[in-house]
Design a binder for this molecule. Structure first.
Ligand SMILES: Nc1nc2c(ncn2[C@@H]2O[C@H](COP(=O)(O)OP(=O)(O)OP(=O)(O)O)[C@@H](O)[C@H]2O)c(=O)[nH]1
Length: 567
């Protein structure tokens, strides 16, 4: 994996880790906030629902209590058979009926079981005495149970099979002056209207219910769960609030919470529970005025659905991608691209090419490195150029030294070989001949022997100077070895060859005669033809020189392949 991919993978990994950590923290924070918010909502909702119920019932309860204290009714309890008393009592009942919200009432007397009732539409005018309660009749058991319990006030959701209605009954005991229970009065509220008003509201995600002291459900939007006629049901057959919850833990928690509310001064308590597989917050309050609990179930996922978080997740994801893209651009332009170009420049320098393209220099350590590298390359290039220049100079010097005779300063034998090759090729190319002179100092050995080697060297140097003086500027003389010299004449023809050979011989003879050591030279010359090889040329010139020596020295012989012409 290259550096770019590694950096990006590392960055992406770090961002993902950071994102997961942030997301986890966010989830916990939001759960915490939702929980606190939910508890406050539950508290407010509990207060609100309780207030609504009590507001609906308070006036009816007060009226029922007032009715229970009615002297006319107490008189009828004392004297059930007095027609006037009865008429006065029924008049009183009807008066209360007009004041009750439901325009209905009931009055039941303990002594004779007489049950009076009239409804909203006044169906029982003149027939308010409806029937006689029977202690052995299950449908009438509620009356005798309430009397037994001695609870002055009781709310009861109960169908009345005799009357054919299901109502929320407000039951208040009648007591005489001696505080002895003589009967019961009350009114009913139409259960459907009541459920619709109080618990079956359209608030999405909020469920309101009321349960009695034992947890039996009294008001709930689903009538199937309502525990009708709770008062007469044995424990275990009641439809209690714990039926709404899935887990045993939740059932126990809720019942504990209700108990705690009644026993302590807490006005509202809340717990998290699961209803139909969904997490709910259950808030509850005890209503001492009616002896019921108000319970509110808040479905948090409906009130605050997770889909509300999608924009947040989208913003979070977009931020993550934008950050990654920005990071990629920064890494690309500020680090990777300059590093790659620097790497290419290093390779180029390694291959010996110092002419670098301009390097990217971001304002960071890589930029400084690139600038230093450029500076280093410039210094290297300068050093290399200087070195190459010196090497070229030395090579030229060596080349010259290798081709110069150190004693006389003329070309040496190696150089003469090269000159001869160049001229042979040129002659073939241009189909033109050139001249070669081979000359040898006569009796040189005797000079060495008689005057010493040093003098011999001086004679050689002097002879070299005289040879150069007698030639044209572009002729090329050289020392072949010992006391032998060669001259390459180009351009040249027969006359030029003869003329220059003779002039050279005469110059040496004349000039040396002016000194104190006269010398002469023998010259063998050859006019080279196109196509002649070096071997042929040297052979011909050597033969001519040999003849010049043979002819008595201080002589010029021009060789001819066919005939030699002595000078
Ligand atoms: N001083 C000196 N002598 C050299 C040098 N090279 C060769 N010699 C001598 O030159 C002499 C050449 O003699 P030869 O060419 O053989 O004979 P010569 O005496 O010139 O006689 P001919 O050529 O027949 O006229 C030898 O004695 C060599 O030792 C040199 O560099 N310096």
């Amino acid at each position: 994996m290259n550096l770019k991919n590694r950096i990006l993978s590392l960055a992406a990994g770090l961002m993902i880790v950071a994102s997961i950590a942030t997301w986890t923290a966010y989830q916990q924070l939001s759960d915490n906030l939702i929980e606190r918010w939910g508890k406050q909502v539950a508290e407010i909702q509990v207060h609100y629902d309780s207030a609504r119920l009590l507001q609906s019932l308070e006036r009816e309860i007060a009226l029922a209590r007032q009715m229970a204290r009615s002297q006319a009714l107490l008189a009828l309890a004392r004297t059930p058979d007095g027609p006037l008393i009865k008429a006065a009592a029924i008049g009183e009942m009807e008066s209360f009926r007009n004041n009750f919200r439901d325009h209905s009432y009931f009055v039941a007397f303990l002594s004779n079981g007489h049950y009076y009732y009239n409804n909203t539409s006044n169906d029982y005018q003149g027939q308010q005495f409806r029937y006689t309660l029977d202690p052995n009749e299950p449908d009438d058991a509620w009356f005798y149970r309430l009397i037994d319990e001695g609870r002055d006030f009781h709310l009861n959701v109960n169908p009345d099979t005799n009357l054919g209605v299901t109502k929320l009954w407000i039951d208040v005991l009648m007591r005489n002056k001696e505080n002895v229970i003589v009967g019961m009065v009350g009114t009913g509220l139409n259960l459907d209207d009541f459920l619709k008003d109080i618990v079956d509201t359209d608030q999405q995600g909020i469920t309101t219910l009321f349960v009695d002291m034992n947890g039996a459900i009294q008001l709930y939007r689903d009538r199937n769960y309502i525990d009708f006629a709770t008062i007469i049901k044995p424990e275990g057959q009641k439809s209690t609030i714990d039926l709404l919850f899935d887990s045993a833990d939740d059932k126990r928690q809720i019942l504990d919470m209700l108990t705690s509310l009644k026993d302590t001064s807490h006005t509202v308590e809340s717990r998290f529970v699961t209803v139909n597989g969904r997490k709910h917050l259950a808030g509850a309050a005890f209503l001492p005025a009616i002896g019921w609990y108000e319970v509110t179930l808040i479905d948090l996922s409906t009130l605050l659905p997770k889909t509300h978080l999608w924009p947040l997740i989208a913003v979070f994801s977009a931020s993550l991608l934008i950050t990654l893209a920005a990071f990629h651009l920064v890494v690309q332009f500020r680090i990777l691209s300059p590093v790659l170009r620097l790497g290419a420049a290093v390779n180029q320098v390694r291959r010996g090419n110092f002419d670098l393209p301009p390097l990217a220099k971001p304002g960071n350590e890589i930029g400084l490195l690139a600038a230093d590298f450029e500076e280093m390359t410039r210094t290297l290039k300068h050093s290399r150029d200087e070195l190459e220049h010196k090497i070229a100079e030395r090579t030229t010097d060596l080349h010259s030294l290798a081709r110069v005779d150190s004693l006389t300063g003329l070309c040496n034998r190696r150089s003469l070989d090269e000159i001869l090759d160049v001229e042979i090729q040129r002659a073939s190319r241009q189909n033109a001949g050139f001249g070669v002179m081979w000359l040898d100092i006569d009796n040189f050995k005797a000079i060495n022997d008689s005057l010493g080697h040093q003098t011999g060297d001086e004679v050689l140097c002097q002879a070299a100077l005289w040879i150069q003086c007698s030639l044209r500027p572009y002729d090329q003389p050289g020392r072949w070895g010992g006391d032998e010299f060669m001259v390459v004449l180009s351009p040249c023809d027969h006359n030029v060859l003869r003329f220059l050979s003779e002039r050279l011989r005469q110059t040496v003879e004349r000039e040396s005669a002016n000194g104190n050591l006269p010398i002469t030279v023998s010259v063998g010359a050859y006019l080279c033809q196109p196509g002649d090889s070096a071997k042929t040329i040297l052979h011909e010139a050597d033969q001519a020189l040999y003849q010049a020596k043979a002819c008595g020295r201080n002589t010029v012989v021009i060789a001819n392949k066919d005939h030699q012409i002595p000078g």
